[in-house]
Design a binder for this molecule. Structure first.
Ligand SMILES: C[S@@+](CC[C@H](N)C(=O)[O-])C[C@H]1O[C@@H](n2cnc3c(N)ncnc32)[C@H](O)[C@@H]1O
Length: 244
């Protein structure tokens, strides 16, 4: 049998770090390939699974290796309170691109136009997974598979298609860009094949994205408030899509 720490060392450069029990639980639920998982307390982790996620308890029991707490801590940037970590195989870009391009689309694609904040990107991926969105595309320099984004996404990168693309590579579909100067979203039904685009935290929508947009939409906001947080805006828009 392969030593789990050797296995970890071999995969660490290319695999996706699942940091904490919930990230591992979600990844398993949504079909991630997880070659190696460690815990500093196997009994406690399996008890947590029995309580919170009995559907993955058996898979965890087969996968988890107990390691000393110090060894666990040496494998992660910041120890998680659940003292669980795993490595997952990143889904292929080709498969994600196929998923994003598939028509007819039954749920929107979310585009983050040049986002800056890794935590926001993770929160948006978690939202997209929760609402069953087709995927999340980022433009610009932020890597949506950065470990901090994966941590913020609670392992839900495996529940939706996550890729970085350029504007000309965006999938087909009516492009609705969210902007405080747009038309009130409340009068509008968002179609299932919508591309929902959101601007960066600092500068909003880029000129290129604005030029491509079919509609500019605003979320209701009282005068004198300049804008909402990016992830909060995505939450309201996906909720609006789901509710009508
Ligand atoms: C923090 S805001 C960007 C603020 C930026 N200073 C600006 O000039 O737009 C990030 C993104 O959230 C979305 N957003 C925030 N508040 C919004 C609102 N009231 N209506 C529509 N979109 C909004 C937009 O897509 C915006 O680009």
């Amino acid at each position: 049998m392969t030593d789990p720490l050797d296995h970890w060392a071999r995969l660490a450069g290319s695999a996706v770090l699942l940091d904490g029990f919930h990230a591992l639980k979600h990844a398993l639920r949504f079909g991630a390939e997880v070659p190696v998982a460690v815990t500093a307390d196997r009994a406690a982790t399996l008890a947590l699974a029995a309580e919170l996620a009995p559907d993955v308890r058996e898979a965890l029991a087969a996968l988890l290796t107990e390691v000393p707490a110090q060894t666990y801590a040496s494998l992660v940037p910041r120890p998680h309170p659940t003292a669980v970590a795993a490595l997952a195989v990143r889904p292929s870009r080709a498969a994600n691109l196929r998923e994003l391009a598939r028509v007819p689309r039954t749920a929107p694609v979310v585009v983050l136009d040049e986002p800056r904040n890794l935590g926001n990107a993770g929160a948006v991926i978690r939202l997209a997974a929760g609402f069953g969105a087709t995927g999340v595309i980022t433009t610009g320099t932020l890597d949506p598979w950065h470990p901090t984004v994966v941590r913020g996404g609670a392992g839900l990168h495996f529940a939706t298609a996550v890729e970085r693309l350029t504007l000309p590579e965006l999938p087909e579909g009516p492009l609705y860009a969210l902007d405080p100067e747009g038309e009130d979203i409340r009068g509008l039904k968002l179609p299932d094949d919508a591309i929902l685009a959101f601007g960066s935290e600092r500068t909003g929508l880029s000129a290129g994205l604005r030029a491509r947009a079919d509609h500019l939409l605003r979320l209701p906001m009282r005068p004198q408030v300049s804008s909402y947080n990016l992830a909060t805006s995505v939450a309201m828009t996906l909720y609006h899509w789901s509710a009508l």
